[in-house]
Design a protein around this ligand. Structure first.
Ligand code: NAD
Ligand code: TYD
Length: 360
């Protein structure tokens, strides 16, 4: 079995759904259920004997050590993080707490567990650290895309905290020999993304005829990757990646923010035209820029493509259309996460206690 952290978030939940449907190996999901963690993302796994949920903090060393000893996973796939740049600007300490200290404590527990394994299991074990391309900083418009050798130049408290955690992962490989893998992935999009991030926020606001906030001139560029492609890449790296290595993952879909917002508006114009016939793009509103806003991210994916044969399967136009359709069909999900109703459900369901499955 494998231990996944942060599996109730956007990417973690997509990973778990894909993993159980295509790999089928049992999973323990350790998630603190912060505002971004939503167990309803995994409602379809309820009652599935291959899925075990534990509410808890990656920084709780006793809990993590107990889970590792009890379940004997062959891998840890580490998604848990504070993930939103704007929140990191207003409250950076939580990012140091979870992304840096939490990752360090998780690594330390994984290392102690790994040392206790027999030779064969130790050789097979992997610690997969899911990171971001934002650690590399900002690219000029005509600069070559990020390779794995690009200097770390994080510019936001979020990317600084992810960079620090990547360095600790590297150190655990080099100093202690823990078989680690790190991935640096570009911006993801797809179903179940919390509507604080650009794409779901724009869909959500548009449907309420609210302004669509574009920071600054909107010409910042991101390389968008469908979350299912990211999860396929993580699986390839987990199975065939070389310990100690880092792998860049990208979508081959560089787009300016403004063009992303317009693509969403056009999809909505076709699927859910506004009353009165005005285009959704009329709601686009330029607002104050994000402080320290990185201008461009771009990924050179030749390493993962060449070594592991991975490449993105979902092209942006198709993916954005599917994503808009998912949000239109799941307005109940959007209302529950935006109204806080799911938080009340979580509190009632788990009563603030760790819920280690009875069999565990
Ligand atoms: P998310 O914010 O949607 O989910 C984070 C999850 O981690 C939530 O379920 C939350 O409850 C959980 N969590 C937070 N703190 C925790 C703690 N201390 N202990 C246990 N669980 C905790 O994030 P996401 O967008 O799914 O991102 C997942 C990972 O992928 C992050 O590490 C992020 O840095 C990385 N990443 C994200 C993107 C992207 O575009 N979203 C791109 C590249 C890399
Ligand atoms: P976001 O989804 O927050 O991801 P990240 O900051 O990790 O790249 O933002 C994507 C881009 O969209 C980023 O350049 C900031 C911009 N943006 C807006 O223009 N308006 C918004 O309301 C948000 C949330 C983001």
């Amino acid at each position: 079995m494998i231990l996944v952290t942060g599996g109730c978030g956007f990417i973690g939940s997509s990973f778990l759904l894909q993993w159980l449907s295509e790999v089928g190996e049992p999973v323990v999901n350790l998630d603190l259920l912060t505002y971004a963690g939503n167990p309803a993302n995994l409602a379809s796994l309820q009652g599935d004997p291959r899925y075990h949920f534990v509410q808890g903090d990656i920084a709780d060393s006793t809990l993590v050590a107990g889970l590792l000893a009890r379940h004997q996973p062959r891998a840890v796939v580490h998604f848990a993080a504070e993930s939103h740049v704007d929140r990191s600007i207003s409250a950076p300490l939580a990012f140091a707490q979870t992304n840096v200290l939490g990752t360090l404590k998780l690594l330390d527990a994984a290392f102690a567990y790994w040392k206790s394994l027999d030779r064969e299991s130790a050789a097979r074990f992997r610690f997969l650290n899911v990171s971001t391309d934002e650690v590399f900083g900002s690219l000029q418009a005509d600069a070559p895309a990020f390779t794995e050798c690009h200097r770390y130049e994080p510019n936001s408290p979020y990317s600084a905290s992810k960079a620090a955690s990547d360095h600790f992962v590297r150190a655990y490989f080099h100093t202690y020999g823990l078989p680690t893998l790190t991935t640096n992935c570009s911006n993801n999009y797809g179903p179940r993304q919390f509507p604080e991030k650009l794409i779901p926020l724009v869909i959500h606001n548009a449907l309420q005829c609210k302004p669509l906030p574009v920071y600054g001139d909107g010409m910042q560029v991101r390389d968008w990757l469908h979350v299912d492609d990211h999860c396929r890449a993580l699986r390839a790296i987990l199975e065939r990646g070389r310990p100690g290595e880092t792998y860049n993952i990208g979508g081959r879909s560089e787009r300016s923010n403004l063009s992303v917002v317009h693509a969403i508006c056009e999809a909505l114009d076709a699927l859910r035209p506004r009353a009165g016939g005005r285009p959704y793009a009329a709601l686009v509103t330029h607002v104050k820029d994000r402080p320290g806003h990185d201008r461009r991210y771009a990924i050179d994916d030749s390493k993962i493509a060449g070594e592991l044969g991975w490449q993105p399967q979902v092209m942006f136009e198709e993916g954005i259309d599917q994503t808009v359709r998912w949000y239109l069909a799941h307005q109940d999900w959007v209302s529950s996460v935006t109204s806080g109703a799911y938080r009340q459900w979580v509190e009632k369901q788990y009563s603030g206690e760790s819920t280690v499955p009875a069999e565990a």
